[in-house]
Design a protein around this ligand. Structure first.
Ligand code: PAN
Ligand code: ZN
Length: 185
């Protein structure tokens, strides 16, 4: 009669139970994502850059929702902070909510004209990502950046555009401080 719900630990950002899976992205999976490809290829390819826990109950149907929690680890490739690959939704008009749960970082957003802007992410921050807007998480802190997400289950992930030309900004460190590097490529 009473069904066991899935479990969501808002402190650790871990999900478990029905429909939950976890995907892991290692430095070895992120060829071409960072500015300094030489630095990336010289690193231990098994270093975890990020993990995504996700609950998929309904499959990729119109009208359904997926729930996820991203864990971006602290670290750098050359002078660039660890980050997600970044994508735009395959069905372009599909939006998404993100919210900060742990750690500190940046959410990079880019429209289809490559205009790029950023929001600070921290525990308690809330981010509405409109349709047609590419998105990427960057960990600029020393702890794991933990970010919740909910998006339409038919949205899909298009990695191609960002894999080819990145975002208009990269988030780098110089003399211990974060700065934005403008990418005109
Ligand atoms: C998130 C992202 C997650 C990983 O769940 O998929 O942060 O980033 P990449 O997919 O860019 O590797 C989301 O935005 N889903 O739509
Ligand atoms: Zn998304």
């Amino acid at each position: 009669m009473i069904k066991q719900p899935a479990l969501y630990d808002a402190k650790t950002g871990k999900l478990s139970g029905s429909g939950v899976s976890c995907s892991i992205r290692k430095i070895g999976d992120l060829k071409g994502v960072y500015l300094d490809e030489e630095a990336r290829s010289a690193m231990d390819q098994n270093t975890v850059a990020y993990k995504v826990y996700m609950q998929n109950i309904c499959g990729e149907v119109e009208g359904g929702l997926f729930f996820g929690v991203s864990h971006v680890y602290p670290g750098k490739v050359g002078n660039e902070y660890f980050m997600t690959k970044g994508h735009i939704h395959a069905i372009r008009n599909r939006g998404e909510y993100y919210w900060g749960l742990g750690g500190h970082g940046i959410l990079l957003l880019m429209n289809e004209d490559r205009h790029t802007w950023a929001e600070h992410v921290f525990p308690g921050s809330l981010h509405y990502i409109a349709g047609h807007v590419g998105h990427r998480l960057i960990n600029t802190g020393d702890e794991i950046l933990i970010v919740g997400a909910c998006w339409p289950s038919d949205a899909g992930h298009d990695y191609n555009i960002i894999q080819q030309s990145g975002f208009g900004l990269r988030v780098m460190e110089r003399e211990g401080k974060m700065y934005f590097w403008e990418d005109h490529s």
